[in-house]
Design a protein around this ligand. Structure first.
Ligand code: NDP
Length: 237
């Protein structure tokens, strides 16, 4: 068993982020999740954070560091939104707000986390992207652009901080069993599943397992990588 680490998961109050946070906590790591509103999930420490606001990100990290008793060693930048719409009808606001949350929000968290990681001379940065980032999706120009941008972010961080014991990787989930996919009509689910070599959607735990691997000592030499968790949907990335 490896030493317990300090972990911060953004948007860890529900969905994939919550599964990731619980998985680290079960493995014995010290975990704080960020939540935008409401209460933190049961059994986990939480701090309020809106990733579209630099001051909020800074304050959330400071509070998280107090709760964790030290700097964040593992950052999972998971907070994300969609505002789908066909290109010709997509407003500037719908494009900008998705970029602002998914890409600039991740950048703000990475920038803040890097301070402590540089001091520690170790750190793991894991950015939650999507198969859509490299595969594209009709009606998802904003979302795909934001998720593709995370690849350039992780690779630049790798080049800048790779010599200081810090890795930065991207996880690109495909269709995951969440409230969103459960709400899809059965026919639509069938069509999607037919296009996935694995023939099914993934569980949130299957995403969490890959994130945990990237944070583990075994993955110390993996950096700037894009790891798909998509049942083969996006092969060729
Ligand atoms: P959910 O919609 O269930 O959760 C999104 C999380 O992000 C929530 O905790 C939400 O907080 C938080 N969030 C949104 N905006 C902000 C903000 N401005 N500041 C802080 N937190 C914010 O998403 P999923 O669990 O489905 O997805 C998690 C990640 O995985 C996302 O990045 C998504 O793009 C990606 N992904 C999801 C897939 C899927 O099939 N579900 C597939 C591929 C990738 P709040 O509760 O306050 O709204």
């Amino acid at each position: 068993m490896s030493e317990p680490r300090t972990v911060l998961v953004t948007g860890g109050n529900r969905g994939i982020g919550l599964a990731i946070a619980r998985s680290f906590a079960q493995a014995g790591d010290r975990v704080v999740v960020t939540h935008r509103s409401g209460e933190p999930p049961e059994g986990l420490e939480g701090v309020r954070c809106d990733v579209t606001d630099s001051a909020s990100v800074d304050a959330a990290f400071t509070e998280a560091e107090e709760k964790l008793g030290g700097p964040v060693e593992v950052l999972v930048a998971n907070a994300g939104i969609t505002k789908d719409g066909l290109l010709m009808r997509m407003s500037d606001e719908d494009f900008d707000s998705v970029l602002e949350t998914n890409l600039t929000g991740a950048f703000r968290c990475v920038r803040r986390a890097s301070k402590g990681m540089i001091r520690l001379r170790r750190g793991r940065i894991i950015l939650i992207s999507s198969v859509v980032g490299l595969y594209g999706g009709p009606g998802q120009a904003n979302y795909a652009a934001s998720k593709a941008g995370l690849v350039g972010l992780a690779r630049s961080v790798t080049r800048e901080l790779g010599g200081r014991g810090i890795t930065a990787n991207v996880v690109a989930p495909g269709f995951i069993e969440t409230d969103m996919t459960a709400a899809l009509p059965e026919d639509t689910q069938k069509t999607y599943k037919a296009a996935i070599p694995a023939g099914r959607f993934a569980t949130t735990d299957e995403v969490a397992g890959v994130v945990r691997f990237l944070a583990s000592p075994e993955a110390a030499y993996v950096s700037g990588a894009v790891i798909p968790v998509d049942g083969g949907l996006g092969m060729g990335h």
